[in-house]
Design a protein around this ligand. Sequence first.
Ligand code: EPZ
Length: 419
Amino acid sequence: MDKMIIKGGKALNGNVQVSGAKNSVLPLLFSTLLAEGEHCFYNVPKLSDVYSAIKLLEAFGVETEWKDDALLIRVGPLKAVEAHYDIVRKMRASILCMGPLLARTGEASVSLPGGCAIGSRPIDLHLEAFQQMGAELENQSGYVKAKAKPLKGAQILFDITTVGGTENVLMAAALAEGTSVLENAAKEPEIVDLANYLNKMGANIKGAGSSIITVEGVKQLKANEHHVIPDRIEAGTLLIAGAISGGQVKVEKCRPKDIETLILKLREAGFKLNEGEDWVEIFPQKSWRAVDVTTAAHPGFATDLQAQFMALMTLAEGTSVISETIFENRFMHVQELVRMGANIIPKTRVAVVRGKAGCLKGAPVMATDLRASASLILAALAAEGTTEVLRIYHLDRGYEKLEEKLARLGAKIERAKES
Ligand code: EPZ
């Protein structure tokens, strides 16, 4: 297993480019199951989650090829409709194959994903929606077997805003018979990116990005090409890297609108930021104020940036109250930050961070999930001395060459083998 070794105390300076969005490319890859032909995606990040999704697509008989700066996905008749536990347990987004399989073949057998570090993460809302669209489901030894010949459009009301649920149902509804209306739909930029590609393939989707999405089912979709949107969570992580290290960093090839709540919170904390069409620049601050954050569905403060922002607040002047409203166990990074000297009191879904400049000292710490690993690396950039972040495979799921990007900004960071 790999670890990351970071020598703290260096201000990061310079320009850095953001990769394509993990949470957009994953549903986009599964949407290819809806349409025969050769799909072509640009700006695809090279991440372990992307490789897992490709492996699952190939199990369905799909061919894939990295060609120049594109990922080609060639879809013909599908040969298997089962998503095995060994793939789903490693990457829960695999459940996003269910909607397309049901819509395209009328059946799907998908392993229930099981829990994960940050929460139980059920998929009940996905399954209820498929039932409303006429699917018959049964649970057989950890697999959901679904049949729907055909899938019919329905009025779907999500009682919790769910990103994956919205995406799964959107893909199913694209080929269902009749009209579907999704109410209380998620509004994340990744939903809009998926809807844009589905419409390029010939779907008839209106309202993506708002809480009511209408889908007129069509008979067939055709493969097309698409440029994956920039990863807003990576963009936010890189901005916080500049902030916490006291440097001047310009994050390029991003979409400032997608991280406007983070930018607002950084300004509230006293940071100066400039924005352009596809870039955001943050300027050095010797000290910054503690600000409160409550995570919420987009366009609220992204839960995927909560751990990273908490690292910044450990060094702030004052006390920051961080509320995590989306997942029930997304404070796994707290105890590791405390090992580095941070003063954080975790309660249920709320953490009280008593900031103190210079409190972070290098230490061996353990990554527990994707965004927690990013948080520990950010803390290590500012800590006095050397930090080793173990189990860095968590980071590799969602960040493409993060250590290279940070090193180019001047960070003293290298990857090594855990002894
Ligand atoms: C997506 O997960 C993202 N993953 C997550 O990013 C992100 O944190 C999350 O959305 C929220 O923005 C991908 O896009 C691949 P949800 P998803 O369904 O779809 C509950 C990262 O770090 N819920 O919006 O699984 C659920 O338990 C990852 O990149 C149900 O109760 O999130 C949670 O409390 C982590 N029943 C809340 O809704 C359901 O059927 C939001 O979950 C579905 C969800």
